[in-house]
Design a binder for this molecule. Structure first.
Ligand SMILES: NC(=O)c1ccc[n+]([C@@H]2O[C@H](COP(=O)([O-])OP(=O)(O)OC[C@H]3O[C@@H](n4cnc5c(N)ncnc54)[C@H](OP(=O)(O)O)[C@@H]3O)[C@@H](O)[C@H]2O)c1
Length: 268
């Protein structure tokens, strides 16, 4: 049954021993950092994405932090409903149940509004929104009806709140992230009280993918200057929020987004 109140032993509130987490995008920069955090607090972890070789590397990285849980993977395209179902069935068969879902799949293709490539628009909505909705729907139904317990954590972005300026091109991406934040609030109301649904909204973060895209000058000067905490985010900066939202520490917290953003959103 869903945890209503904090455990009386406060030293256990972040403990995820005996629980199983499925992390979509878990071989990617942010998803892998989140998976490492969940493993460090005892969870079994199944990471999933399309590329099998990256998943194998991702498992090795998580195993270094694991504290007793088993780490494994299941390749799947989250754009296909039957493949999401297969990941759920795999995790349930392997571990007996699934209590935690993290959705960290997503990407950005930038185009100015005046010349937006609508094929890229469709592709972004398909992965960033529809695949996440299907994960929330499939795992959320299982958690509410069968496991009677669930913690769902969706990776949105500060771009659900603010545009990029100067420098545009983010209309499609911002809209997908705004959609996720609206969606998780609705999910929180419909899947309660068994399941909590929350989000994490990172700012621009130096994942391996971003390292090759963001110019060195921006990494060292303009991005740190833009953030009150004075540096660029690393993937590890979102682990604390993820561990909180996926553990019983957040048992009275649902339908909200935590922003590990170095203070960016404070600036108005
Ligand atoms: N890095 C940032 O600055 C930043 C800031 C705010 C929010 N975010 C959000 O954080 C999330 C993760 O970003 P990241 O920086 O960690 O990017 P990343 O390293 O490229 O990770 C994205 C992951 O999603 C997987 N993926 C993409 N399409 C998929 C599909 N159809 N089915 C299954 N898996 C799929 C990718 O693996 P495969 O391609 O092998 O399937 C990859 O593992 C995204 O939602 C992104 O929008 C990132």
């Amino acid at each position: 049954m869903a945890t209503k109140y904090l455990p009386s032993d406060l030293s256990t509130i972040f403990d995820m021993s005996g629980k199983t987490a499925v992390v979509f995008g878990g071989a990617g920069g942010l998803g892998n950092a989140i998976a490492r955090g969940l493993a460090a607090f005892g969870a079994n972890v199944v990471i999933s994405s399309r590329g099998e070789e990256k998943l194998k590397e991702g498992v090795k990285a998580i195993e270094k932090d694991a504290k007793g849980g088993k780490i494994t993977y299941k390749a799947a395209d989250a754009g296909k409903v039957e493949e999401i179902e297969a990941v759920k069935d795999f995790a349930v068969k392997e571990f007996g149940s699934v209590e935690i879902l993290v959705c960290s799949q997503g990407f950005n293709r930038k185009h100015d509004i005046v010349e937006f490539d609508m094929a890229d628009w469709d592709a972004m909505f398909e992965t960033n929104v529809t695949s996440v909705f299907n994960c929330m729907r499939i795992f959320g139904t299982y958690m509410k009806k069968e496991a009677k317990y669930g913690k769902i954590c969706i990776v949105t972005s500060v771009r659900d709140q603010i545009a990029t300026f100067p420098g545009g091109g983010n209309a499609g991406y911002c809209m997908t992230k705004g959609a996720l934040t609206a969606m998780l609030k609705q999910g929180a109301t419909e899947l309660a009280p068994e399941v909590t649904v929350n989000g994490i909204g990172p700012t621009v973060t130096l994942t391996p993918m971003m390292e090759s895209i963001v110019p060195k000058e921006a990494q060292e000067k303009s991005i740190p200057a833009d953030h009150p905490l004075g540096r660029m985010a690393k993937p590890e900066d979102i682990i604390g929020a993820a561990v909180y939202l996926c553990s019983d520490a957040s048992c009275y917290h649902t339908g909200q987004v935590l922003y590990p953003d170095g203070g960016l959103l404070c600036k108005g």
